[in-house]
Design a protein around this ligand. Structure first.
Ligand code: 8GT
Ligand code: MN
Length: 532
């Protein structure tokens, strides 16, 4: 490669945009990393490769099979790749290669076989656990990651443990999966993990099996087991939880036909769940979530102008599809939201938009103090409507019939609790659990979807000032992220001063609640003030 200019000159020409067809080697799509290589050398190499019949894409996409870089470390390229995946919203699992592979391929006039000396070393994924923050809420967990087969295996075991009522075991597998999602690249060998926090012996065995054999025998056994399959079938019915499904299984029920033949007693919710089973287990597309949101917005506007409807849940984390639509309703003037939900639901019903609904009243008193720790997990006590909407079908399975049943949760939050509601309802479930664990263990605070309490000041609830409330919650979760912005990269996340050390309880005079609360969260300073 001595013939090509090594250094970048000013204003280098960009490589021609777009790929010139599939090239002579359809199985190979190159993308060159500009960092350190420089724009002009990149343009030169692109032209060279194209002249030899290679397809070289200017921008990264899931189609790219070979990422070539020069003078970058494996970790740098892995990080670059993660960013590209996020930007293009698609995955792909390209080989990360050093320029030597490119040089040899150009010399040979064809893509040479990849040998280990060509590969960038991404071995130090998390050397000695130092790079991995212990709580999931402190890490960045992108929507698309490189360890899908491993996390799927672990999550199957987590689900199975949940079906057997072993919450602790379920959490252990979920935690291990969560750590793998946050790795900067694909795990090649168990040793690369080092003594990472949150991955226990059992999970390591599962990981090793999948790395070595492509599958884990234990997971395959679970997936085929009658109990797991039946539990999965039953818990996918709206209104059927693990306890009911388990009871049915013990009674010998295995299929929907069994439920019918044995005249199993079903609640109204479960009847609706069974009736719309197929639709409700077909993913909800983002466009469907948005049109649901618009319909609710229209109804809300009729009865309470100025009230807002916010799409939360997985869609707010940037997921392209989900299992339901989570909508939060509020009004900038506290108290005006009371009575809104029933009017909205009646109106939507009169328009033929509702197939099923049941509502629950608000039963939360801020002054009561928080629930006992660990008592209710992520459940909250907002006024809420669990419903099934009849949505006009936009293609997909309901197209012929013209409509599709979609699960919708409408949640009403008074504006003073709205940031906590939005934060809580954005999920993921594991992120929320970890955020609450962090607040309690490291900050001696209690967080739920209603408020943040400082336990040192007798459960004094803290809340953001009204004006900053929505910006505060928004700043917690930029779009296209599985979880909110990482702790470490947030400019507002300052290191704890000595007196704030988690080991040394805060004292009010040293750290007023306003600071205490803003250091729990990496968002906008929030200007949290005590509820007066
Ligand atoms: P999805 O795409 O499968 O719908 O995924 P999701 O949107 O992340 O999950 P979800 O089951 O729809 O729940 C949305 C979030 O709301 C969860 O992260 C959960 O932590 C949170 N949440 C609360 N309160 C409550 C509650 O009372 N019930 C439920 N089910 N979820 C709640 O903050
Ligand atoms: Mn959801």
């Amino acid at each position: 490669m001595a013939l090509v200019p090594l250094k970048r000159r000013r204003r280098a020409p960009s490589p021609p945009a777009g790929p010139p067809g599939p090239g002579r080697f359809p199985a190979v799509v190159l993308c060159l990393v500009e960092k350190r290589m420089g724009a002009s050398r990149r343009a030169f190499l692109t032209q060279l490769a194209r002249a030899k019949g290679f397809r070289v894409d200017r921008t990264y996409s899931a189609a790219v099979t070979h990422v070539v870089s020069e003078q970058n470390s494996g970790a740098e390229v892995a990080q670059w790749l993660e960013q590209q995946r996020e930007e293009c919203g698609d995955g792909g699992d390209p080989a990360l290669l050093d320029i030597s592979w490119f040089t040899e391929s150009m010399g040979a006039g064809r893509p040479v076989e990849i040998e280990s000396r060509h590969r960038l070393r991404v071995a130090a994924l998390a050397p000695h656990g130092r790079q991995m923050a212990p709580y999931a809420c402190q890490r960045r967990t992108p929507l698309l990651h490189s360890n899908q087969p491993l996390t799927e295996a672990l999550e199957t075991l987590a689900e199975e443990a949940g079906f057997s009522g072993s919450e602790g075991r379920s959490l252990a597998f979920t935690r291990a999966a969560s750590v793998l999602k946050a790795l900067p690249g694909r795990l090649g060998a168990l040793e690369e993990l080092g003594p990472l926090p949150g991955i226990g012996e059992h999970s390591r065995r599962v990981i090793q099996d999948v790395l070595e054999d492509g599958v884990c025998a234990e997971v395959e056994r679970v997936k085929l087991s009658e109990r797991y399959r039946t539990m999965k079938l039953f818990t996918k019915i709206f209104g059927v939880g693990v306890r009911t499904a388990s009871r049915w299984y013990q009674e010998g029920l295995r299929t929907f036909l069994d439920l019918q033949e044995r005249s199993t007693k079903l609640t109204r919710q479960q009847q609706a769940g069974l009736q719309h089973y197929d639709d409700l287990n077909t993913p909800v597309e983002r466009s469907e979530a948005e049109s649901t949101s618009r319909a609710v917005q229209e109804a809300v506007k009729r009865f309470l102008p100025g009230a807002s409807v916010t799409l939360a849940g997985g869609f707010r984390r940037g997921k392209p599809r989900g299992h339901d639509v989570d909508l939060l309703l509020t009004h900038p003037e506290e108290g005006r939201e009371v009575g809104l939900l029933s009017r909205v639901v009646s109106w939507l019903d009169s328009q033929g938009l509702i197939l099923y609904q049941h509502s629950q009243e608000n039963s939360y008193g801020l002054r009561e103090g928080p629930e006992p720790l660990g008592g209710r997990d992520v459940m909250d006590r907002f006024e809420r409507c669990f419903s099934i909407f009849r949505l006009e079908a936009q293609g997909g399975p309901g197209a012929a019939r013209g409509w599709k049943a979609v699960r919708v949760d409408l949640v009403v939050a008074p504006v003073s609790q709205f940031p906590f509601a939005l934060l809580g309802w954005t999920g993921s479930r594991h992120f929320e659990r970890e955020l609450r664990r962090f607040a309690s263990r490291e900050r001696k605070m209690v967080l739920n979807s209603h408020a943040l309490y400082d336990t040192r000041t007798s459960f004094y609830p803290l809340r953001p000032k009204k004006k900053s409330s929505s910006t505060w919650a928004w700043s917690m979760c930029p779009p296209h992220r599985e979880t909110p912005e990482p702790w470490s990269t947030c400019p507002l996340q300052r290191p704890l001063a000595a007196q704030e050390s988690p080991l040394q309880p805060w004292k009010r005079p040293l750290l007023p609640p306003v600071l205490a609360a803003s250091s729990v969260f990496p968002g906008d300073p929030a200007r949290l003030v005590p509820v007066d």
